[in-house]
Design a protein around this ligand. Structure first.
Ligand code: NAP
Ligand code: ZN
Ligand code: ZN
Length: 348
């Protein structure tokens, strides 16, 4: 066992504070990783505050991990000491169901093993995430970070990047498609960069015009404020695909009206409570509403390689771990430009 330094939450009501715990020694199939950076995903906040229910405490959040390999097990073939690697939202899965066999481990029939707030396959050992200095992961659940991407700006690709890449690919984002991204936060800004690199015509739908210059710089062609009611009139039947990244309740019915006939709206944001959908905006345009969860290991590697090739990385604000509670408050105020990333050198 190895003593690991971390920041964790003791309960849904307590702020994150220094915490230490034991990680397993690396086994024959494992890679031991020195964590250099970890992104702060809004899901960390939802779970640390138990907004979705069922949270396991104490909790060490963090599933946007970038670091360097320090040790490999005797059976490891894909990695060597010194490699730059990432770990995303899960660290294991059943490996035998049809989803796992199809490279869709995130939809594993037996449930993926979350990087934190989960249990190992033994059903009893809690998993602790990336707000820590070191992690041990089976090599099949580790990703390679392209050499031209800095580790700090690559870390959030492991969740924010893949969560947008996967639905953009699945719903065939590309040249000739009009795509809207709702919410310009951590996920949304990756959506703008990825969809425009795929050749689509991208529009941002943000609460205000405050982030307009940034959105256009990231590749959007248009930028509209959803607080302005005329936006919903002007943009009726405009989009082939809308990806909603918002972490709070929205009137989805008015967004469905912005889809063309046969258009799709994909939900990736997960607010605390459910939302009401009226069938009319779906029926009156043969539109569909879908959801999407992160992405499998194979697709996550494909996304990282795509980002390397197109030189796409996250826009980050790097913070020492002592500022993590302040960062949470700023994320909640939509005041993040565009992902907080913890510099793990500050964890001593
Ligand atoms: P984030 O950085 O906080 O971004 C969310 C954005 O939503 C904000 O920047 C803001 O954009 C907009 N927003 C926030 N409150 C709003 C409100 N009341 N009304 C309208 N818009 C609002 O969060 P994130 O890390 O990108 O995560 C977004 C959501 O996705 C979270 O719920 C998270 O749990 C979920 N998530 C899902 C998956 C998945 O696999 N499906 C993966 C990761 C995260 P503007 O300022 O531009 O309006
Ligand atoms: Zn996440
Ligand atoms: Zn499975």
């Amino acid at each position: 066992m190895r003593n690991t330094l971390a920041y964790g939450a003791k309960s849904a009501k307590s702020p994150l504070a220094p915490f230490s715990f034991q990680r397993r020694e690396s086994g024959p199939h494992d890679v031991a990783i020195d964590i250099k950076f970890c992104g702060i995903c809004h899901s960390d906040i939802h779970q640390a505050r138990d907004e979705w229910g069922g949270s396991i405490f104490p909790m060490v959040p963090g599933h946007e991990i970038a670091g360097v390999v320090t040790k490999v097990g005797s059976a490891v073939s894909k990695y060597k000491v010194g490699d730059r690697v990432g770990v995303g939202c899960f660290v294991d899965s059943c490996r035998k169901c049809s989803s796992c066999e199809a490279g869709l481990e995130q939809y594993c029939d037996g449930g993926m093993t979350g990087t934190y707030n989960g249990l190992e396959r033994d059903g009893k050992t809690p998993t602790y995430g990336g707000y820590s200095n070191h992690i041990v992961v089976d090599e099949n659940y580790v990703l390679k970070i392209p050499a031209n991407l800095p580790l700090d700006k690559a870390a959030p690709l492991l969740c924010a990047g893949i969560t947008l890449y996967s639905p953009l690919r699945h719903w065939k984002c590309g040249p000739g498609k009009k795509v809207a991204i709702v919410g310009l936060g951590g996920l949304g800004h990756m959506g703008v960069k990825l969809a425009s690199a795929m050749g689509a015509d991208v529009t941002v739908l943000s609460q205000t015009l405050k982030k307009r210059d940034d959105g256009l710089r990231m590749g959007a062609k248009d930028f509209y404020a959803t607080s302005d009611e005329t936006t919903f009139k002007k943009l009726q039947k405009s989009f082939d695909l809308i990806i909603n990244t918002v972490s709070a309740d929205l009137d989805l019915n008015s967004y469905l009206g912005l889809l063309k006939i046969d258009g799709q709206m994909v939900l990736v944001g997960v607010p605390e409570k459910g939302m009401v959908i009226h069938p009319f905006p779906l029926i009156m345009g043969r539109r569909s509403l879908a959801g999407s969860l992160i992405g499998g290991i194979k697709e996550t590697q494909e996304m990282l390689d795509f980002c390397g090739k197109h030189e796409i990385a996250c826009e980050i604000e790097k913070i020492p771990i002592t500022k993590v509670n302040d960062a949470y408050e700023r994320v909640l105020r939509s005041d993040v430009r565009y992902r907080f990333v913890i510099d793990m050198a500050s964890l001593t």
